[in-house]
Write a protein that binds this ligand. Structure first.
Ligand SMILES: NC(=O)c1ccc[n+]([C@@H]2O[C@H](COP(=O)([O-])OP(=O)(O)OC[C@H]3O[C@@H](n4cnc5c(N)ncnc54)[C@H](OP(=O)(O)O)[C@@H]3O)[C@@H](O)[C@H]2O)c1
Length: 223
């Protein structure tokens, strides 16, 4: 397989770091900008990054970074709503707009958007998360439909509960134990397990799977 140039957001830790490590191991050229050089919550920072990286020949774009600020629906502070929309949705759209033209020219591209099972089902205090991630699934479908004819395949990966800082921040240790007991596989996912699926979706081996939201949740949402 030819080495591909990959841009992945949120590669410093969690799922993004695991995906980056696997793609580096398979020989891809992986760019993982830190928040200091690409702050997705700040549209000016995105434009600055794009101005400095216009020529980056991105073959694979992985919109991984995301945030989940918990609030009851009626009490979502406007600032939280804006941050979630900007980080989880607008940033992914902007990076797609910036790098899809190069993929079309080269007639090959793969885009992966990190979604969540809460884009399909939900839970109390996850309204903003569910809404922004459901919109990300829609962005994925639109990308697949508009650019499929140019060899660009786009998918969303929807993990269930993964053992990361984000999960530990939003669930107490006892809540995590209770969640694990309610997952058919009786444990949270490891980041490496998500990385394996992600690596396939953005590989040469994926030749026909596009526009989908792929759930990887240990069977949790089957119940
Ligand atoms: N963990 C789960 O159980 C789970 C389940 C379903 C879906 N997901 C989704 O999977 C993705 C990764 O989740 P994770 O659990 O691996 O997250 P995480 O451990 O919280 O890491 C988040 C990553 O995103 C980066 N990030 C956050 N805000 C950013 C910003 N404004 N600009 C640039 N980078 C930013 C962080 O950078 P810093 O290091 O600078 O903070 C970090 O690298 C997210 O989209 C999340 O919604 C996670």
């Amino acid at each position: 397989m030819p080495a591909r140039t990959v841009l992945i957001t949120g590669g410093s830790r969690g799922i993004g770091a695991a995906i980056a490590a696997l793609l580096v191991a398979r020989g891809d050229q992986v760019v993982t900008p830190s928040r200091a050089s690409l702050d997705l919550a700040n549209p000016d920072s995105i434009e600055q990054f794009l101005a400095g990286n216009r020529e980056l020949p991105v073959d694979i774009l992985i919109n991984n970074a995301g945030i989940n600020l918990l609030n009851n629906l009626a009490e979502i502070p406007p600032g939280d709503w804006q941050s979630m929309l900007q980080t989880n949705l607008n940033a992914a759209l902007r990076l797609t707009q910036a790098y899809v033209p190069g993929m079309r020219t080269r007639k090959w591209g793969r885009i992966l958007n990190l979604s969540t099972i809460f884009s399909l089902v939900t839970k109390e205090r996850r309204a903003a998360y569910s809404i922004t991630k459901a919109a990300l699934n829609a962005l994925t479908r639109s990308t697949a439909v508009e650019y499929g004819p140019d060899g660009v395949l786009a998918n969303a990966l929807a993990p269930g509960y993964v053992d990361t800082a984000l999960t530990r921040q939003n669930n107490s240790p006892s809540a995590i134990q209770a969640i694990a007991a309610n997952i058919p596989l009786r444990r949270l996912a490891r980041t490496e397990e998500l990385a394996q699926v992600a690596a396939f979706l953005v590989s040469e081996n994926n030749t026909y799977l596009t526009g989908q939201t792929i759930v990887v949740d240990g069977g949790f949402t089957c119940q």
